[in-house]
Design a protein around this ligand. Structure first.
Ligand code: ATP
Ligand code: MG
Length: 355
């Protein structure tokens, strides 16, 4: 992209700063993060983000969405839905309620108060997406964006160890035995691409750059952001409108990325209190307009001393609630007060995964 920076739809003041810092073409601008651009060109972080956004849009890296959609028929859509792949959660009850697991190509949000297990479920999915296809998995890779510093590698090792053990136990045919032998803790950890974002600027910059990474890593089938709320709950006390604008842009990017690169996007979100009719209610953070971004919303909550997961927004699943627990091995069904699950084929989608 040799297009000069001067031709971008930016204010003259911003253009001068960008040019003075030595950025001549779109190519030059697209090689740096928003943070670097802001430092090098003396721009505010918001201005640097705007430059990257305009450069990406006008450079055509993310264009064409409307054109793609316009050529789809309802039959195409039906076939796409039928071919939808899913990531098992290792909770057979939750998978059943979700129609087989979390959908690839869509955005799922996991909400809940601290300690409910949002990070645990994100980690579980990062392992599960790698389960070999002969066990009902996708054999994929994952990009894990950690905004809270809560990714604990030893916990990933625990979950990976349990998944490997489970597949080894399930292996019956030669293909499954070969796949189980290649499915090791080391390969699982090496297929998790970690990104640590310290603030919303780094997060937004990462999301702008991610499509290029996904193009060169087609095995990535899952992008996790744990959490999306944390970076946006600081610094915005008096800038609600700006936050909404940035979140709307982020939502568009994520939807486009999930569809074009056929990845599941899983976000964790915190809860906040809202006053309604004189009563305070716990609701997912980031406001009502953000609520339109995810296709599917899962609420993790306590019912007494029981952990429960409720699907509370989905275009194709009924609202459903299942019991779950967090064990040493990870996110699992909690059958202590329920009937045992019905017998299913020997794949992970049909197993309670209680190793
Ligand atoms: P936050 O909003 O603070 O990020 P969260 O919803 O992400 O919270 P997690 O960190 O996913 O919460 O879950 C923490 C809970 O997971 C702990 O309270 C504990 O009950 C459970 N947990 C974590 N590690 C283990 C383990 N090794 N064995 C059993 N349970 C565990
Ligand atoms: Mg967490």
């Amino acid at each position: 992209m040799q297009r000069p920076v001067t031709t971008l739809r930016l204010s003259p003041q911003i253009k001068v700063k960008v040019l003075n810092a030595g950025f001549q073409t779109l190519d030059d601008v697209m090689q740096v993060s928003a943070l670097e651009l802001s430092r090098e060109a003396g721009l505010s972080q918001e201005e640097a983000l705007e430059v990257l956004q305009v450069a990406r849009k006008e450079g055509g890296a993310d264009g064409g969405g409307a054109g793609d959609g316009a050529s789809l028929t309802a039959l195409d859509l039906l076939q796409k839905e039928e071919a939808l792949t899913r990531i098992v959660t290792f909770s057979s009850r939750l998978d059943a309620a979700l129609g087989g697991g979390l959908p690839v190509g869509k955005i799922t949000e996991i909400c809940g108060v601290p300690g409910m297990g949002k990070t645990q479920l994100c980690l579980q999915l990062a392992v599960d997406v790698q389960v070999p296809p002969c066990f009902g998995g996708l054999g994929g890779q994952v990009v894990f964006i950690d905004t809270e510093g809560s990714f604990v590698v030893q916990r990933a090792v625990d979950l990976a160890t349990a998944a490997v053990r489970h597949c080894t136990l399930l292996a019956e045919e030669a293909e499954q035995r070969d796949a189980a032998a290649a499915f090791t803790v080391e390969t699982i950890l090496s297929n998790i691409f970690m990104v640590r974002c310290h603030d919303y600027v780094e997060l937004l910059a990462e999301i702008y750059l991610l499509p290029d990474f996904l193009s060169s890593h087609p095995k990535v089938r899952l992008v996790v952001i744990d959490s999306v709320a944390f970076p946006f709950r600081q610094h915005f006390d008096e800038l609600r409108a700006q936050r909404t604008r940035l979140l709307n842009g982020l939502a568009q990017q994520l939807i486009s990325m999930a569809t074009k690169h056929d990845v599941a996007v899983v976000l964790s979100n915190q809860m906040t209190t809202r006053l309604q009719g004189g009563q305070s209610q716990l609701v997912p953070a980031l406001g009502e307009s953000w609520g339109h971004a995810p296709t599917l919303r899962l609420l993790l909550r306590w019912a007494g001393s029981q952990r429960q997961a409720t699907i509370f927004k989905s275009p194709d699943c009924e609202e459903a609630t299942v019991n779950y627990q967090i064990t040493t091995d990870g996110f699992r069904d909690d059958d202590r007060s329920e009937q045992p699950p019905s017998k299913r084929p020997r794949t992970l989608a049909g197993q309670s995964a209680a190793c």
